[in-house]
Design a protein. Sequence first.
Length: 608
Amino acid sequence: MCGIVGYVGTRDVVPLLLTGLRRLEYRGYDSAGVAVVAESALTTVRAEGKLDELVGRLSSQPVAGSLGIGHTRWATHGRPSERNAHPLVDSQGRLAVIHNGIIENFAELKKGLAADGWTFTSETDTEVIANLLSAEFEKSQDLLASVLTVVQRLDGHYAFAAVAVGDVSRRIVVARQGPPLALGLGEGEQFLASDPTALLDQTRRVVYLENGDVAALSEEGCEVWSRSGEPVVRDEHVLSWDPIQAEKGGYKHFMLKEIHEQPRALQETFSGRVNFERSEVDLEELGIGAEALRSFDRVQLLACGTSWHAALVGKFLIEGLARIPVEVDYGSEYRYRDPIVGPGVLAIGISQSGETADTLSAMEEARDRGATLACICNAPGSQATRISAGTLLTHAGPEIGVASTKAFTTQLVALYLLALHLAKVRGLEVPAQAISDLAHLPQAIDEALEQEADLDELARKYHRAHDFLYLGRGINYPIALEGALKLKEISYIHAEGYPAGEMKHGPIALIDEDLPVVAVATGGRVFDKMRSNLQEVKARDGQVLVVTDRPEDFADLADDIMVVPTVGELLQPIVNVLPLQLLAYHIGVRLGADVDQPRNLAKSVTVE
């Protein structure tokens, strides 16, 4: 959610902070600001709204220095406004803080600080951190010591960074308990970001902080301590992402670029893991051995949002290929329902960022109850990968658009590979066709993307509709859910996804001549049932749009057809979601929506 950047070195800090904040715009935000320490002065500049508002302020109020922090805020405590924007400064004006997360005991702390004479100018919980730090800094003139003392008093889920006038060591000091923080390592300069995407222009050497870590960044380097003040060592990671991957590459929006990157991303996800000559999948990198995988009697998939839809497809894949019972849970609900978990359970968290707070909490709950923990993730070194016994990376590359596209389809490929691998180690026969179908998947995705002009025309025809109903059956039911979610996220049009067989149990009452009904109709197992459901829609004058690989079967029934190529039935959902992504995108563009940064949404939900 909130974006955090920082720099200490010899270069002019403001352009570096603004570049980093640009990289983090995709996370969603309502205000932005910077704080710069120069000699004996602390200067902050903040603005409500988009980053361009802050740039305008800085043009009229230039700030110079080589030590500073920057922030894009997504409101939790306090409405979006300039006075609630970060950085927040203590009431003595000597220390600035930027913060992501929620301090749960801030009201109690604020009451105590106010009784001691400390004043507050914002509605945020962050200002409590600033005043607490200032009270400690007044005694010691040591920012690191102050942070180590203050974190003992904070309850909640947070990541923050602080700078202070008069700190003799000239440092940025940070603390993490939940939301992500990454340190970027340079020569004679160091960087800070809540997401390594913000560091790509400057360095690929990254250290990820763990929960409970406190770190100090100075020109000489970065040092890390535990919450109790003991020095700790965190591994250095080298990012393989090219900075150009995080640019639009000539596309109008990041979302469109990422939709078109899917053939490459899918191939990257299965490359090196499949031997097509021997029809074998090798997931040794998963890190959980064959004997352990044979011992599990149940799989639990834990996820949120689009990743939850991927998990629903994963249930069909794993049960169909590996014959293991699979439960799918919302991460946000899992730990509150007293789940039945034990050593026979393989719990798998699915998260693009690896930092989704609800999913991480669910994973930790499963682990603490005795499950073996694994994750499917796009971010090496993220929290999900660090707490898991096994990891399957998706290799989608940076996904900047808030509405997930290539992250979703690469998750489906990873789940397919996992299902094949589980089947193999459990001694089940895997049809050679199930392997060879993967080789044709990138080409099928390319063919589906070639229909974009037709989908733009459909968007022109239907973008004035106020409601949509999405239907699917079997393994395509989650794709109907995902299609509806994409339309809601991108265009703000109300859309509902439903199993087609459940339509008669409620949604059929909504159908009239003004309701477009989008149906996913491929495969053989329930194809005739799906066609029958659409006849019921047409009998009630609904407008029927069909995603299908058999257009001839809908010539007399559909108002519009979105044709997709045929692949194996278990891989077909990956192809089927493409036209739904493009339809949502083009409707959103026609309506003038900000498709890369939809209102009220954030890319990585790092608070509960």
